[in-house]
Design a protein around this ligand. Structure first.
Ligand code: ADP
Length: 635
């Protein structure tokens, strides 16, 4: 295959994911059909932003001048709607690339997630962002004529598709730089062929767009009994950057539609904060918390969703320096008055102004979350279920704000019925008299946590225990040692020290049983040999015969499993087996000298299983268990 001949018409296939997207868009977004205009205007405005930026270094790109505009028009006879802009435009290769493939990372994984359930998929696709492809909700053919700024007039491209599986590209001419998107409407969409209708959609969704959106004026003609289109144009939006307006002049609806534009998200934001920061570093921040996690929130390469402007000029998307990674779910705009227009990602990394902006934005987002947690509890619960795990990363990543983040954390606990709704503050307020520590248990699942033998004594004493089951928890706990002066203590680590929660009588009993079981414990320990670090009796258990714990400073069994699952080497730490002296099985041990080794092994194995752990020798466990059942049956 030689180089493609750019002089002829070529037919090309869409990337598989685009085909899927197109199918979904045309089949499930019909009830939201008006959004096509918002998406096209949004792209047109981005194209103007991009040119404004490129022209800083290359003013010759501006050709006719910097009079940026988006034009929306319709043709009743041809049944078309056209959205034009004089932005950056596209070359032939760019049109093939941008309008035939999806460049977002994680796209394939996203499409694999789709269920075929129309309603769910519509939600998902909204979060993914449909962009240009939303044209096909109302059009059965879309023609794009585009010329990249800087290319000669005869090197424009005409792209066309009916949205099924293929598109064509062919050479075209376009006098001015920029792009026309021409929608050939589907049967039954004629109501869109009206100035009034188009204006009302633009006002609803695109009023905040900073570039002027122009339409031809219309006048009522008595003789024709219809509107006639005049040659004169008028601007139909406010055409000033929304974030530069004063708060009191912006309605909630405008804030919301601006969010949909910057975040490429269909759904409404959960909350936002808009401030003009003055002082050493001056900037405006308009930051949003989305109501849903984007599909790629766990993608480590995911960029951050804040756009950087310098004195109203768009500089870059995804300016990751503006917020720390644990706030990567935030979307919005930062407009700096101090940075140079030719700022690059490299400069951003070193800039002191950027550092101040990052600190300022971080504080604002944390304040916004505190406000939600305090005053809009249901919304905070929503936030937490979508982004809680990401925020937890901040405990480790942002020591300066650790206290504040710790207050924002929410956990499941033995009193919360499984919901992650308990704050550390709530916990401390509920601590029993004499309770010194904040107790927690880590496990793979909530079910495993709830039925852990380690909780038995805490249930008996009515002491709340936090149940931590997110993957990030173990890592987070290595940074979170105390809260409000109270140490965090794992219920599965170290000697159980209930401190003043245990009364004198219990302490005395503990000593007594320890003496009483000394010999037996010694035998169990030598029977288990290398498998355990130690064996001891405990008052931790009420119902189970045995459990395992690790030393206070050792890695928990749960973390060791996580590391192993992630393919990392976990230092081998041997468990301590604790026996419940009140359990009949343990009491019987004294009289089972002959089978002591088997019984001890069974007790250890079941304690490992109860933790959610895996046995090194499962077949041995089964053999011993069966033997025990047979012995019991024979009696
Ligand atoms: P998104 O805007 O989310 O990137 P779209 O599917 O809407 O996704 O658009 C894909 C790409 O096509 C854009 O990123 C842009 O590069 C290009 N594009 C779309 N519309 C225009 C336009 N009017 N002018 C220049 N480029 C455009």
């Amino acid at each position: 295959m030689g180089a493609p001949d750019t002089k002829i018409k070529e037919t090309l296939g869409f990337q598989a994911e685009v085909k899927q997207l197109l199918h979904l868009v045309t089949h499930s977004l019909y009830s939201n059909k008006e959004i096509f205009l918002r998406e096209l205007v949004s792209n047109a405005s981005d194209a103007c932003d991009k040119l404004r930026f490129e022209a800083i270094a290359k003013p010759e790109l501006l050709e006719g001048g910097p009079d940026y505009a988006i034009r929306v028009s319709y043709d009743k006879a041809a049944r078309t709607i056209t959205v034009s802009d004089n932005g950056i435009g596209m070359s032939r290769d760019e049109a093939i690339q941008h309008l035939g493939t999806i460049a977002k990372s994680g796209t394939r994984e996203f499409f694999a997630q789709l269920t075929g359930d129309q309603q769910k998929d519509t939600q998902l696709i909204g979060q993914f962002g449909v962009g240009f492809y939303s044209s096909f909700i109302v059009a059965d053919r879309v023609t794009v004529i585009s010329r990249r700024a800087g290319l000669p007039a005869d090197q424009a491209v005409k792209w066309e598709s009916d949205g099924s599986g293929e598109f064509t590209v062919e050479p075209a001419a376009r006098e001015a730089r920029g792009t026309d998107v021409i929608l050939h409407l589907k049967e039954g969409e004629d109501e869109l062929l009206s100035s009034w209708k188009l204006r009302s959609i633009l006002t609803k969704y695109s009023d905040h767009i900073a570039t002027p959106i122009r339409m031809k004026k219309e006048e009522w003609d008595k003789d024709k009994n219809d509107y006639v289109v005049k040659d004169e144009e008028e601007t139909v939006n406010q055409a000033s950057a929304l974030w530069t307006r004063t708060k009191s002049d912006i309605t909630d609806e405008q804030y919301k539609s601006f969010y949909q534009h910057v975040a490429h998200d269909f759904t409404e934001p959960l909350a936002w904060t808009h401030n003009r920061v003055e002082g050493k570093t001056e900037y405006i921040q308009l930051l949003y918390i989305p109501s849903h996690a984007p599909f790629d929130i766990w993608d480590r390469n995911q960029r951050h969703g804040v756009k950087l402007y310098v004195r109203r000029v768009f500089i870059m998307d995804d300016a990751e320096q503006l917020l720390p990674p644990y706030l990567r779910f935030v979307r919005g705009v930062v407009d700096s008055s101090d940075l140079p227009l030719n700022v690059s990602r490299e400069i951003l990394q070193e800039s002191r102004d950027v550092k101040a902006i990052r600190e300022g934005c971080t504080k604002r987002v944390l304040s916004l979350l505190e406000d939600l947690a305090e005053n809009r509890k249901d919304d905070y619960a929503k936030f937490w279920s979508e982004f809680g795990q990401v925020l937890k990363e901040g405990v480790g990543d942002d020591p300066a704000n650790r206290e504040r983040i710790a207050r924002l954390l929410r956990f499941a606990s033995t009193t919360s019925e499984g919901a992650q709704s308990v704050s550390l503050g709530d916990y401390v307020a509920r601590m029993k008299p004499g309770q010194k520590s904040i107790y927690y248990l880590t496990a793979d699942t909530l079910e495993a946590a709830k039925s852990s033998p380690h909780l038995e004594i805490f249930r008996k004493k009515g002491v709340e225990v936090l149940l931590l089951t997110d993957r990030v928890d173990e890592w987070m706990l290595t940074f979170l040692h105390e809260f409000d002066g109270k140490p965090l203590a794992s219920v599965a680590k170290g000697d159980l020290d209930l401190g003043e929660l245990a009364d004198a009588q219990e302490k005395e009993e503990q000593q007594k049983v320890a003496d009483e079981y000394k010999e037996l414990v010694g035998k169990v320990k030598s029977a288990l040999g290398e498998r355990v670090q130690d064996v001891r009796v405990t008052l931790r258990l009420t119902d189970s015969p045995a459990c395992i714990v690790v030393d206070r400073d050792a890695m928990s069994a749960h973390l060791a499993r996580l590391l192993k699952a992630a393919g990392q080497k976990a230092p081998a730490s041997k468990p301590i087996l604790e026996l419940n002296p009140h359990h009949p099985l343990v009491q019987r041990l004294k009289y089972e000298e002959a089978k002591l080794a088997d019984w001890a092994a069974l007790l250890l194995d079941q304690a490992v299983l109860a933790e959610g752990g895996q046995l090194d020798d499962p077949a041995g466990f089964v053999r011993r268990l069966n033997q025990m059942l047979l012995d019991a049956a024979a009696k």
